[in-house]
Design a protein around this ligand. Structure first.
Ligand code: PDD
Length: 286
């Protein structure tokens, strides 16, 4: 039997099925809100300070007054995790502008809606790591503020579904001929043993794994460069890596139906995956 999920909504804890918001919530009507997904290892939120900083940034960028102090956010997440028995979890947190009569303009004197839930973080299927995933290329048709972790995810949802319809797990999106990111992940390519990733600007969400990968590359003696990456370079990659809170780091071994490199998870992936596992173990023991 699965453990009952207790969620947080606007100051109260309750069973998931009892958590309800108004149909006039701006999150429902306009997708007017932001969110975070935080992995938890050994009961501890991983890279929490970075997630909190990104949430603060996202709120500021969409001009929603941060409804909590950093200490209150930390207390909320700590409390939510403690209410569940799983060692490894991932916490989902969302803030919307609140409930108001439907009108595009920001409503005045509205209280943001705050929601948080947690789920068990089951180990990734071994096959994902031993065989890798298939990815397909797609045009990036999203808006131009992808650095905001907004709940307006229709572009991402359509891209993810298009990838699934093409029998792939994730997509690699391109804007003006340049690699941006996946539907819900950041993308890395390996050429000549060196890792390349798209520049961190508003065309992509700067994943919390981006900073982590920077540290892991450095610790593993792998060179890393952030710069524009063309379609041609992606197709010439020896390896392609995909990172996110929930996928951690996985190899993409098939691109538009063709093998990436020799079609097997590569050496750079293996190195960075081992370093990632070490970072998790360190966080558990901290
Ligand atoms: N998505 N880019 C996009 C568009 C994403 O949605 C995500 C994460 C990432 C990776 O960011 P991070 O390393 O912080 O997880 C990049 C989460 C997991 C989601 O929407 O479920």
């Amino acid at each position: 039997m699965t453990q009952q999920q207790t969620v947080y909504l606007n100051g109260d804890y309750m069973p998931l099925e009892d958590a309800k918001v108004s149909v006039l919530d701006r999150g429902f009507i306009y997708g007017d809100g932001v969110y975070e997904v935080v992995p938890v290892y050994g009961g501890k939120p991983f890279r929490w300070a970075y997630h909190l900083a990104r949430l603060t940034r996202s709120l500021a960028k969409v001009q929603i007054a941060n409804p909590k102090t950093d200490e209150q956010w930390t207390a909320l997440v700590t409390d939510l995790i403690a209410r569940h028995p799983w060692n490894d979890q991932f916490v989902y947190m969302q803030v919307t502008r609140g409930v108001a009569k439907r009108e595009h303009l920001f409503p005045k004197n509205v209280t943001p809606t705050v929601f948080a839930m947690t789920s068990e973080f089951a180990p990734l299927p071994a096959e994902l790591l031993s065989k890798g995933i298939a990815v397909v290329t797609l045009p990036d048709e999203r808006w131009l503020n992808c650095d905001i972790k907004s709940v307006s995810l229709l572009g991402n949802v359509l891209a993810r579904q298009a990838a699934a319809d093409a029998s792939a797990t994730e997509c690699l999106m391109f804007r003006d001929g340049l690699l941006t990111e996946g539907s819900s992940s950041n993308i890395w390519i390996v050429r000549g043993g060196k890792v390349f990733a798209p520049k961190r600007d508003r065309r992509i969400l700067e994943g919390i794994r981006v900073g982590l990968m920077e540290e892991l590359c450095q610790a593993s003696g792998v060179e890393l460069e952030f710069r524009n990456i063309s379609r041609k370079e992606v197709f010439a990659a020896e390896e392609i890596l995909v990172t996110s809170a929930t996928k951690e780091v996985v190899p993409a071994t098939k691109l538009d139906g063709e093998p990436v490199g020799d079609g097997k998870p590569g050496e750079v992936f293996k190195k960075l995956h081992a370093a990632y596992q070490q970072a998790k173990a360190d966080a558990r023991n901290a």
